[in-house]
Design a protein around this ligand. Structure first.
Ligand code: NAP
Length: 295
């Protein structure tokens, strides 16, 4: 882990960022920016020693944010489904905050494998085609994430600020995630949606692996930016993890096929393995722990 550093985290109350921010706050001076709509999440962060600064990314006013930080983890995401807001808050705000923190040693831009053109079971390399992957569930998401990546690349060159763009696949853990939604559906007796092209394969990554990989992701930051997939080293399907979740809570699992859900997004982890190393948490173990934590 990092220690003794000044670290700025955007969106620290989020599913991915909350456990990361708490872990970093143990040995670093951590600042978090968000609107802090959930007072309970803010309290958790403040108890952990995080300085919470209210800022709305859609407005892009960072005057209350320190400029002298060592690292920035851009983990916020704005999903209003309005094009003007989502492009401003995800893409333009990335550039404005980079300008503000231009003297940092490294910037981690959290992106998504939702930037890739859907490719079924093909293991996606970082150089593969981009596309509007998440349109069926969130109209603005993929394009706003691609725009944010592009701004982060520009920022790296403009301010010689080393950047890593990490394309996250399916983050999950004690703090929830997509599989936790499937768990809730299974417990409510609702069918889990599946894309008709079966199986629905992903690379789920546990929050412990996310936390463990962050120092290395910052270390590999470069000018121009480095782009790397960020997912579990092992694939798992929604079918398989739902079956396991059903078994763990003693409920029958049913599925419904629909085009109105995301199809498989499989990463090629070769570059991640070279630059950062493999993940360690077996998805079966991670899902079991998630069920225990969520209950
Ligand atoms: N979760 C996934 O399955 C998944 C998959 C792939 C990639 N990712 C990426 O992982 C990162 C984290 O995602 P997440 O799912 O953990 O996010 P999340 O749970 O939706 O949290 C979003 C965070 O951003 C803050 N935020 C939202 N609107 C804001 C605004 N206008 N101004 C300031 N802060 C704002 C939220 O706090 P307030 O609302 O209080 O402001 C919250 O802290 C993102 O880059 C996302 O694209 C996530």
């Amino acid at each position: 882990m990092l220690s003794g550093a000044r670290i700025l985290v955007t969106g620290p109350t989020g599913q991915v960022a909350l456990p990361v921010t708490r872990a970093l706050a143990a040995d670093n001076e951590v600042f978090g920016i968000a609107r802090f709509r959930d007072p309970a999440a803010r309290e958790v962060l403040e108890k952990a020693g995080v300085t919470c600064i209210e800022a709305n990314l859609a407005q892009g006013d960072f005057s209350a944010v320190p400029t002298d930080v060592d690292y920035v983890l851009n983990l916020a995401v704005v999903k209003s489904n309005r094009w003007d807001i989502d492009l401003a808050a995800n893409a333009e705000a990335t550039g404005l905050l980079m300008a503000h923190c231009r003297n940092a040693k490294a910037w981690l831009q959290c992106s998504s494998t939702g930037v890739y053109q859907p490719a079924g079971q093909h293991p996606l390399k970082e150089t593969d085609a981009l596309g509007d992957n998440h349109r069926v569930i969130m109209e603005t998401y993929s394009i706003a994430k691609i725009a944010a990546e592009t701004v982060a690349r520009l920022g790296a060159r403009q301010w010689e600020l080393p950047v890593t763009i990490a394309r996250l696949n399916v983050p999950y853990g004690d703090n929830g995630g997509w599989p936790a939604f499937h768990l809730a559906m299974i417990e409510a007796g609702q069918p889990v949606p599946l894309h008709p092209e079966r199986p629905n394969t992903f690379n789920p990554i546990h929050e412990d692996d996310i936390i463990r990989m962050i120092p290395r992701l910052l270390e590999i930051a470069t000018v121009p930016a480095t782009t790397v997939n960020w997912g579990g080293s092992e694939t798992a399907s929604i079918e398989a993890w739902s079956a396991l979740l059903g078994e763990l809570v003693g409920r029958e699992v049913s599925f419904v096929e629909t085009e109105q859900t995301i199809g498989s997004v499989v990463i090629d982890p070769t570059r991640m393995h070279e630059l950062v190393g493999p993940t360690e948490v077996d998805w079966r173990d991670g899902m079991r722990r998630m069920v225990e934590a969520q209950r």
